[in-house]
Design a protein around this ligand. Structure first.
Ligand code: AMP
Length: 177
């Protein structure tokens, strides 16, 4: 977990290689889905381009489908979900959490990184307005979810304001503790 631009996708990928378990990014699953030229895909793409959250029913459907694949039997790294309390409740129905990783980064640095990513990757939701809106949603809807993991005693807080290598080192050390 962490604000947009904190590096969670990058770190999840590195961890996935290290632990040899799949990296399941709901954002990536959704971006793949909206490549289709169907009315549902077009509707979802518009929601994502605005920086809003897609509806829970659809999210649950694609997530259950993906987590049901055979490569997930030994565990997986979930990236981008839960985004709010309702999604946390949904996950609790079929998941047991081992650890939750939170990568902290101040908003100004998130916005700076998203602007740089927009130039490199051309993600259609990485506009200045889209990025600000997604950060707002993160603070109002996603941050409250962190408390659940904290109270459960499984939250690892990582400083995202370091190089990719430094963040990864801190992350691995925290996981081993
Ligand atoms: P991300 O790659 O995690 O930044 O996600 C990109 C976009 O996909 C988000 O701004 C949402 O529109 C959508 N999305 C990803 N994960 C979720 C989720 N768990 N719930 C709702 N929408 C999501």
């Amino acid at each position: 977990m962490g604000p947009q631009g904190c590096g969670k996708g990058t770190q999840a990928k590195l961890l996935s290689e290290e632990l040899r378990i799949p990296h399941i990014s709901t954002g990536a699953l959704l971006r793949e889905y909206v490549q289709k030229d169907t009315p549902v895909a077009r509707k979802l793409k518009a929601i994502m381009d605005r920086g809003d959250l897609v509806d829970d029913e659809f999210l649950e459907k694609i997530l259950e489908e993906r987590l049901g694949e055979s490569d997930c039997v030994n565990g997986f790294i979930l990236d981008g979900t839960p985004r709010d309390e309702a999604q946390l409740e949904m996950l609790k129905r079929f998941l047991d959490f081992d650890k939750a990783i939170l990568i902290d980064l101040p908003d100004e640095e998130c916005l700076r990184r998203i602007a740089a990513r927009a130039e490199k990757e051309g993600r259609s939701d990485d506009t200045p307005e889209g990025a600000k809106h997604r950060l707002e949603i993160y603070h109002t809807r996603t941050e409250p979810v962190i408390e659940f993991f904290e109270e459960k005693g499984i939250l690892l807080r990582i400083n995202g304001n370091q190089s990719i290598e430094e963040v990864f080192t801190e992350l691995k050390e925290a996981l081993l503790e």
